[in-house]
Write a protein that binds this ligand. Structure first.
Ligand SMILES: [Mg+2]
Length: 232
């Protein structure tokens, strides 16, 4: 029997991402303090992001538009243009931020690549994701790199078909139960959950929603031993 093909998520599985959005959100909340208190500003932003998701998709540019829209709404359109510029400048900082790999990721991906075919499956702005993949130094370990607009069963089916991989021979590894785990289980694949320190509100599912057959590990570095022992 062949070793399973491993799918790896990018944001918050290989490199830090959500923590940068959390920092930017905190700055925006401060910018809006004269109009709205912290919690209301955060809730408003999440509601706007949810409303915009189907149109704008994921990533920094969608986040930026949602921040601007939130700021206009909570200020009753009294927000000065300089504040809009401030938000745009933060979004440029997010785009330009160096790629910070999570601890141990470089060594673990190299170790996994020695014994498995690896696929990277990540979603968000195409240009930003391409740039992060290129700057990660990990690109050469992957047989395929797939930047997608949504991680649903049809997306995973298309990727597996492209590589000639049966779902039963595929294990997806990532931090998001909603995007990395559930759609792959639905196809008949397996999955391993590696939680990140923070989860974006729109990806959030309670711990109770993790299906029983999914193994949760604390860090990606625990994956090779788990695979060697055999996944359930
Ligand atoms: Mg992720």
């Amino acid at each position: 029997m062949h070793p399973p093909v491993i799918g790896l998520d990018g944001d918050d599985t290989l490199w830090h991402s959500e923590s940068h959005f959390v920092t930017t959100t905190a700055r925006m909340v401060e910018l809006l303090a004269e109009w709205v208190h912290t919690e209301a500003a955060q809730d408003h932003l999440i509601a706007v992001e949810r409303r915009n998701l189907a149109r704008f998709g994921y990533g920094v540019k969608a986040f930026t538009l949602s921040m601007i829209e939130t700021a206009i709404e909570v200020s009753d359109a009294r927000l000065p243009a300089s504040a809009v510029q401030q938000i745009i400048d933060w979004s440029k900082e997010l785009m330009d931020h160096p790629v910070d790999l999570l601890d141990g990721v470089a060594a673990t991906v190299a170790e996994l690549a020695a014994g498995h075919r690896l696929l990277l499956v990540t979603k968000g702005d195409l240009l930003h994701q391409e740039s992060k993949v290129a700057r990660s130094g990990l690109e050469g370990h992957f047989e395929g790199i797939h930047i997608v607009s949504e991680k649903d069963p049809a997306t995973y089916r298309r990727i597996l078909d492209r590589h000639g991989v049966a779902p039963a021979d595929f294990v997806m590894v990532g931090n998001s139960v909603r995007s990395d785990i559930l759609p792959v289980l639905e196809l008949g694949g397996r999955a391993v959950h590696v939680p990140y320190e923070v989860t974006w509100a729109l990806e959030h599912l309670d711990e109770g929603d993790l299906p029983g057959e999914v193994t949760r590990i604390d860090r990606l570095g625990d994956l090779p031993a788990l695979l060697a022992a055999g996944l359930p």
